[in-house]
Design a protein around this ligand. Structure first.
Ligand code: URA
Length: 481
């Protein structure tokens, strides 16, 4: 053993080398200690890595003096990739991070290529830590906002408050120093603070939110800047929330405007359309143009999911338009409405009622599949009222082109898409509802509702569904006959 302290062969139980880290982000200190331990052949489970405020005393009974490697101890192996990831992972708030790093360093000595095994749990974990820390740093670069304060000597000082998830403040000092080299600034955080006076960087301990100033003219500047660059037609709520999580909003002056701007986005967009400043948002005048446009649609968060818009299909002059809720998993994959289980059931009942599907225009009120991912499965989620209302833009464009005499809405979402308000199916089914464009709306249950029932309940609903289709068939014949 290349080590000056020869009493290392203790039992694993109760025998620890406790390494107290002076700072939670002190990678250099960890590295130095870890090298010494590896050179002295100390296995990972003999070492407890304790950061400030951590539970070092737990191990005190078994603590040993720190071993010192001999001058001729073998050099320590570590791949470049490991070192790159380790530097970031050391900043993570996971209390196990230094133990993980030591375990990986230890494993490098017998297997220098251990980082190449992507399925290895340690390798996966260090990658996760690295990713989380990089993301946190990105947030810090993007969301730190300075407020101007008097420095007490007639000069200007800028102060920002930021709440990182990990120990990233010190590591990012250089970024802010370069970007705001000529300003006096402080970044306060519950994990420690950094201060720059134009020449030197200083650190101080953790701060509280109340230590940082609130509004000042810098806020107004940010707000008017943000409102002026905000383009409602490019609003992607899902992307915005993932890039700018709500927890940062309270520190960002312009965030006060976010809800207002989102809420007003549709109105502003409509204004831009009528003012002619938003040409691509003019209502498309052919079914092909709608098909193209819905694939770009990100008016609501459903369009941000991993899905494809599904266009209606059928003759552009059909007398009957059948409207469903939204494409399902199979429709999303095949790019056609009503081709999955609910579609097959619908086809069966249409045939029984004597309605030719190929003479009918079949579409959906919401154009994208809304789902939650559970393992490999995508589970259907009903669209929210707001999402249906947002998507009405497209179904109205289809109606304006097809001009059906009769519209059959399948289920409550489709009915809302047609009427702009929620109705109870049991109250409105069986009778036509006149709509402004001269067509008439009939409402019935969605076939997927039948699929979820069995026994008597299903028989009852199936009979009602059949009767609704028969009435629609008759009405279309009357109006077109
Ligand atoms: N359900 C619907 O509402 N529409 C489809 O296209 C498929 C299932």
């Amino acid at each position: 053993m290349a080590c000056s302290q020869r009493d290392l062969q203790g039992s694993k139980l109760g025998t620890y080398y406790v390494v107290q880290l002076p700072e939670p982000d002190d990678f250099a200190f960890w590295r130095e200690r870890a090298r010494g331990l590896v050179q002295c052949d100390v296995p990972p489970d003999w070492v407890a890595w304790v950061e400030p405020g951590g539970s070092g005393n737990l191990f005190a009974h078994g603590e040993r003096r720190f071993p010192l490697p001999d001058a001729d101890a073998p050099s320590v192996r570590a791949s470049k990739r490991f070192l790159k990831l380790a530097r970031n992972a050391a900043l993570h708030s996971d209390p196990e991070r230094f133990a993980l790093l030591y375990r990986l360093l230890w494993r490098h000595q017998s297997n220098p290529r251990c980082m190449e095994d992507k399925a290895d749990p340690d390798v996966r974990r260090i990658e996760e830590l690295d990713k989380a820390v990089r993301r946190d740093s990105h947030k810090m670069h993007a969301f730190v906002r300075f407020r101007q304060v008097e420095d007490g000597e007639g000069g200007e000082h800028y102060v920002a408050w930021f709440e990182p998830d990990h120990h990233i403040v010190r590591a990012n000092a250089g970024f802010f120093m370069r970007r705001f080299a000529n300003m006096n600034w402080s970044i306060l955080s519950p994990r420690g603070c950094i201060h720059w006076d134009g020449q030197t960087m200083r650190e101080s301990g953790p701060a509280q939110r109340s230590d940082a100033p609130d509004g000042d003219p810098v806020e107004d500047l940010w707000k008017s800047y943000y409102a002026s660059i905000f383009n409602p037609a490019r609003l992607k709520v899902g992307a915005m929330l993932s890039e700018m999580p709500r927890k940062y909003w309270k520190n960002m002056p312009e965030a006060e405007l976010i809800s207002e701007l989102i809420a007003g986005a549709q109105a502003r967009e409509a204004g831009m359309v009528s003012a002619g400043t938003l040409e691509f948002e003019e209502r498309p005048e052919t079914l092909e143009a709608i098909d193209k446009a819905i694939h770009q649609c990100r008016k609501c968060p459903i369009g941000e999911l991993d899905n494809h818009a599904v266009m209606g299909e059928g003759p552009a002059d059909a007398a009957l338009m059948i409207v469903g809720e939204q494409p399902g998993d199979q429709e999303d994959q095949k790019g056609r409405p009503f081709v999955g289980p609910a579609g097959q059931l619908l086809d069966e009942y249409l045939e029984r009622a004597g309605i030719e599907r190929r003479e009918t225009y079949v579409t959906n009120t919401v154009k994208h599949f809304k789902y939650v991912q559970r393992g490999k499965r995508r589970i259907h989620q009903s669209p929210a009222a707001k999402e249906i209302d947002t998507c009405r833009w497209w179904i109205e464009a289809e109606r304006a082109i097809v001009k059906p005499r009769v519209i059959l809405a399948l289920g409550a979402s489709a009915a809302r898409g047609m009427l702009g308000k929620t109705v109870s199916i049991s109250k409105v089914r069986g009778e036509p509802i006149a709509i402004e464009d001269g067509s008439e709306l009939w409402v019935t249950a969605h076939p997927s509702y039948l699929l979820r029932l069995d026994g008597e309940a299903r028989d009852k609903q199936a009979a009602l569904f059949e009767a609704d289709l028969a009435a629609v068939k008759e009405r279309v014949a009357e109006l077109t006959g």
